[in-house]
Design a protein around this ligand. Sequence first.
Ligand SMILES: *Cc1c(COP(=O)(O)O)cnc(C)c1O
Length: 357
Amino acid sequence: MLNFTVGPVMSDPAVIEVAGHSTPYFRTPEFSEIMYENEEMMLEYLHAPAGSKCVFLTASGTGAMESCVMNILNGDDKVIVINGGTFGQRFADLCRLHGRRLMEVRCEFGRQVRREQLDILSAQGYTTLLVNMDETSSGVLYDMPMISQFCRENGILLIIDAISAFITDELSMEGLGAAAVITGSQKALAVQPGISVIALSPAALERIEENPETCMYLSLKEALKNMERGQTPFTPAVTILLQINRRLKMIKEHGGIDTERQKTAALTEYFRERIRHYPFEFVAEDRSNAVTALRTLERSAKEIVQILKDEYGIWACPNGGDMADKVFRIGHIGYIRKEDYDILFGALDDMRRRGLL
Ligand SMILES: *Cc1c(COP(=O)(O)O)cnc(C)c1O
């Protein structure tokens, strides 16, 4: 099967090789060394400011989102959440669940957040802002420099969910003044699901230190304390951490994070140029390189996804809820080559011949 979803995605054969072994014991100096390397490479690729730290949680991306809401924020915070789809909604739900005072800035599906929407919240005591850099459900890439500027001017702590945008889109933690950046193993890192990563600036570290402990498994205080010796408080997804190590090193070997991003951008461009000739519309006005969401003009999106899967061996990414019939997505992350898109376009051409598009 060819997989064009947004995670889990196809892995490089070198990563699959790492996955194909029995799991080693991990309370060893050798495994600690791997963890230190992972931390160092992550902080480098994210352009984290001096004094930043990185933790690896054995949890999907949502675990890291929840951990940030529990450990970096506290009951005194007034939180702004940019909500333009499934993942913005998830941040809002997490804030409510954990009793955080919350203002949602709602964006129409696929639409950019505007400075005016934020400006009306100036000087009202807001302390933190949570944003999904790429709202993966619509593929909109939020205007991070604008959001960052607003946060700086208002002394607001910025927390970025870059679970799908890490590697695919330009991201400098220091440049944006972000307190924390989250990513996950099964998106552009393109290894198996099960690990989420949080990079923490000195400002976030200070808050974590001061906040009372409210959880055990997702405790960042515990994760940070253990990371000092290159370890985790509980048994981690060892084999995935090894795959991450391989993948991060390969990025370096192939020219670095910018080269990797440019490769994804070129692939995305190739897809977007060609898809214009099919009966779909782009959903997002500013698009992340991670994914392209397409609105179908004639056929049901759900049916297209089903036919691609059952008759052509291709996974496209369906949307849920009331979008199911109207929107589907094609991802640009993972071990994808141009030839793979040629196969997808071949399948779409064939569907058109059969009157199915
Ligand atoms: C995939 C994703 C998540 C988390 O998903 P999990 O299924 O918990 O890994 C969160 N935010 C964004 C923007 C994502 O793309």
